[in-house]
Design a protein around this ligand. Structure first.
Ligand SMILES: [Zn+2]
Length: 885
């Protein structure tokens, strides 16, 4: 069945490199089919490495043209394959190796290394793409100073960019070619190398740093799109300023360039001084982009910029430490957005993402720890666990040691580790130093996979006026980790009286755990063992526990709160996260019951009190964006995860649709009023407050239409026709797409005609149709694949249409297995050309084991079919093997 057994890489096997490359001089002559790369590596033996070993450089699909050692052509003493270069007896002194390779950018469909996107040449090197350009020590702990000369046809590529500062440019005499030389003074690993050549337009600006240095900023886009980059530029300047005020981190080069390309495997890449972006995270105008697109641009622009310190100046020693740059930078971009928008709303959005993506990953066969200890294919570890849970660990650390110690610790990290390739241990040591706290137990969060569940059992004794809390934690087994240890879990907590007021925390804590008044002063209980017992005294009234405030730890909270308590929390809790969580928990209870036993009748009184709780919350007013969150029911994926086994996605869908209709009916007066009152003639602005009003108004439209399609459809149709911005237009179209009306087909047709020339907008159109819950969606998707709007070679199109279908819980999990077969076939079709995109689709199968037996068998059959294909890429091989293990 298998042609090769991919090598397993283990953290415990880490060894420092045997050689270092102090300087790297790269000369690239761009050509569509025959690009020449001449690299000059200034090498020396690493004092910390082994002596008398061969020099082994990494390569991938390379064609070698020639090698020189200290300027002399080498004829023998080395061996070379497409995937590696070995110099048997390298000098035990400083030496220079010159390597010439030839590349075909036009044939590079993997979009790793040097490739063509539209009319531009560009690169993507993380994680292991640099070895597709030249033979090198392609590992993050080899830091070199780069000088890059790029040469190209003047007309084909008037713009030539690389990392660092531009030091020279000119024409190549007697030719139609020109060149540019870039020098990056900051040592970096090769995954941060980047190069762009093409005919691009640009938007330019400047930024003056806190020490008064002027930095030239430019965003390069396809000609004609310059205007669409203005919001990205604004976000960039805000991110640069924010890193100065929040972290005292200043930008360090004379220029900062961003290039937007249309063919890109990921969101964006933080190459030093030259970020390369998927154009969907750069381009926006009110008539082309939604509020969510604007927010996405702001977040991703900030994320990549913030990597300049957390990722570039301090990089990772090895790929096991990926969370060191990603988790920390996600935490920093979340903080940036919190400061720019609403902290409470940002937290809720982050928790939604964490639960939908990371908790789901933890619940399936692909579960792994934030810092994995083995991998077969590093590309498969750019996951929600490394990114989102990685960010949660940083946030939890801040909660545990407090804001002051955290900010001193992070400054120490910047001072101590600048210019190095660091580890999670190096990072935590800084916070041990700043807080005086032993973080060894906390470090277990990096090693142990799985979502811990924390149970809080409360009992109130009216006579004794005491409240007893029995806290316990448990982490379920995950692949390779059958037995779990208790973790350090900070539980931010409060007590709410019957009247809705907050009560002071006075407690007596059992001696075995050590009493800590200090914890309670901070509103925090630390659960460090499997169980903990706490008694609160002097409580004259029954109280409701407000637990996991601010979502203080990435855990699943199991609480025996009554429906009445949840209603109270939903209305009064001072913590917005808890208020939102109460509404989610309440809805989840109803939805899980409805999906588990669809035949046993509906819980009418439960539904009535739930909708009444929402009605009160809506009537109380408050931040519209928050109200919109309260009114948004848990997703089908959330409900499936909650049920855990024998899942029937049709039953989940039906139950959720009916509850949506119940909410729409019960709140129809309020929702209609909101829909009318929140209408606005003001010119579009992407700011958080305006976006929040649009979100609530569109949520109202959606619920109204769920309750009464006949009444809602004309409203949606009218909004579709008159909308002055993409947010409102696409929201109306989304509502129409959930109906099976003629209005739906008309609107889809008109939308297509209006935007047919704009790929990013057509992606929305493709994705909307792929996510329709109705039968017939698969045929529609197959039909769309045959149209000229679709291209299997473009990752954005594939993600929108095929990825959209893979996320369609009802149709992907169709009971006849047609959805599994379709996605499986797409994976096999894509794998030989672009394994990265194939793997993303394949990960839709991560929940297969929790399905009911018939679907489970069908999904497994498709996975086995994929596994049986001999020529799979290592990427797909790894995921399919783990999914079936
Ligand atoms: Zn990142």
């Amino acid at each position: 069945m298998r042609t090769e057994d991919p090598q397993i890489i283990r953290l415990v096997d880490y060894r420092p490199p045997d050689f270092l490359i102090d300087r790297m001089s790269l000369d690239i002559k761009l050509d569509l089919k025959k690009t020449r790369a001449i690299s000059r590596l200034s090498l020396r033996p690493n004092p910390a490495g082994r002596a008398d070993v061969p020099l082994v450089l990494d390569g991938d699909e390379l064609v070698l043209l020639g090698v020189k050692l200290d300027g002399e052509p080498l004829q023998e003493c080395y061996s070379v394959t497409a995937d590696g270069f070995t110099l048997a007896a390298p000098p035990r002194r400083n030496f220079e190796l010159e390597i010439e390779t030839e590349l075909d950018p036009s044939a590079n469909t993997k979009l790793m290394g040097l490739y063509r996107s539209g009319s531009a040449y560009c690169t993507q090197c993380e994680a292991e793409g640099f070895r597709r350009i030249t033979y090198f020590l392609d590992r993050p702990d080899v830091l070199s100073i780069y000088t890059t000369r790029i040469e190209a046809d003047r007309a084909e590529a008037p713009i030539l960019l690389s990392n660092g500062n531009l030091v020279e440019r000119g024409d190549v005499p007697q030719s139609n070619r020109h060149y540019a030389v870039w020098h990056d003074p900051f040592p970096k690993p090769c995954y941060l190398f980047a190069l762009v050549g093409g005919d691009l337009g640009s938007l330019r600006d400047t930024f003056t740093t806190m020490s008064g240095r002027k930095v030239d900023l430019a965003i390069y886009v396809e000609h004609g799109n310059e205007r669409r980059a203005a919001y990205a530029m604004d976000a960039l300047k805000r991110a640069m300023r924010w890193d100065e005020t929040a972290y005292k981190r200043e930008y360090d080069l004379d220029v900062f360039n961003i290039v937007a390309v249309s063919d890109f495997n990921m969101g964006a890449m933080e190459n030093k001084g030259l970020n390369i972006f998927n154009d969907r995270y750069v381009l926006a105008l009110p008539e082309t982009a939604t509020d969510a697109d604007y927010a996405g641009i702001e977040r991703v622009i900030a994320h990549e910029y913030l990597h300049n310190w957390t990722g570039n100046r301090i990089t990772c020693r090895d790929w096991f430490q990926l969370c060191l740059k990603e988790g920390l930078t996600v935490f920093r971009d979340q903080e940036f957005t919190s400061d720019q928008r609403s902290r409470a709303l940002q937290r809720i959005a982050d928790v939604r993402t964490l639960r939908a993506q990371q908790f789901s990953e933890d619940a399936g066969p692909l579960a792994h720890s934030v810092r994995p200890d083995t991998y077969r294919e590093i590309n498969n570890f750019y996951t929600a666990t490394v990114y989102e849970k990685g960010a949660e660990l940083v946030r939890m650390l801040k909660v545990l040691i407090g804001d002051d110690a955290f900010s001193r610790g992070i400054q120490l990290y910047f001072e101590r580790c600048d210019g190095t390739a660091a580890t999670v241990e190096d990072f935590l040591a800084c916070f041990e130093a700043s807080s005086g706290r032993d973080l060894q137990h906390f470090a277990l969060w990096y090693e142990q996979a799985g979502t811990p569940s924390v149970t809080i059992a409360a009992s109130y004794d009216q006579d004794a006026k005491t409240l007893s809390l029995e806290l316990s934690q448990e982490t379920p087994p995950t692949p390779g980790q059958p037995d779990k240890k208790p973790l350090v879990i900070p539980l931010a907590i409060g007590l709410i009286g019957e009247s809705g007021t907050e009560l002071p925390l006075k407690a007596e804590i059992d001696a075995f755990d050590g009493a800590s008044a200090a914890e309670l002063k901070r509103g925090l209980i630390e659960l460090t063992s499997a169980r903990r017992h706490i008694v609160f005294r002097d409580l004259g009234e029954r109280v409701v526990i407000s637990a996991l405030r601010g979502f203080s730890a990435p855990v699943q909270l199991v609480q025996s709160a009554s429906d009445e308590d949840l209603s109270l929390q939903c209305a009064f809790d001072p913590d917005p996260c808890v208020r939102w969580q109460a509404a989610q928990t309440y809805a989840t209870r109803l939805l899980v019951a409805a999906a588990r036993a669809p035949a046993s009748g509906r819980n009418h009184s439960g539904i009535a009190s739930f909708t009444e709780a929402l009605r009160k919350a809506v009537s109380a007013g408050g931040d519209p964006a928050f109200t919109a969150q309260l009114l948004t029911l848990p997703s089908e994926t959330d409900i499936a995860r909650e049920i855990g086994d024998n899942v029937d996605p049709d039953a989940i869908y039906d139950g959720r649709q009916r509850l949506r209709a119940d909410v729409g009916r019960a709140l129809s007066t309020e929702l209609l009023r909101l829909y009318r009152d929140l209408a606005s003639d003001a010119p579009y602005s992407p700011d958080a407050a305006s976006a929040g009003r649009r979100a609530l108004r569109n949520t109202a439209l959606d619920l109204l239409t769920s309750a009464d399609e006949a009444a809602g459809t004309p409203l949606a149709r009218a909004q579709f026709d008159t909308a002055s911005n993409m947010t409102d237009r696409i929201a109306a179209l989304t509502v129409l797409c959930l109906t099976e009306s003629a209005a739906r087909e008309d609107a889809l047709e008109e939308f297509y005609k209006r935007y047919a020339g704009d790929a990013l907008i057509i992606d929305k159109w493709l994705s909307l149709q792929a996510t329709m819950p109705h039968p017939g969606t698969l045929d529609r998707v197959r039909g769309l694949m045959r149209t000229e709007q679709f291209s299997m070679a473009n990752p954005n199109r594939v993600r929108a249409l095929i990825g959209g279908f893979a996320a369609n819980q009802r149709q992907f999990n169709a009971p006849d297995g047609s959805g599994y077969d379709f996605i499986g076939e797409c994976v096999l079709l894509l794998d030989p050309k672009n394994p990265h995109v194939a793997v993303r689709l394949l990960s839709a199968f991560r929940t297969w084991r929790m399905m009911e037996p018939r679907r489970c068998r069908l999904a497994e059959a498709m996975l086995r079919r994929i596994q049986g294909v001999a020529s799979l890429s290592p990427d797909v091989r790894d995921i399919v093997d783990r999914s079936l293990a």
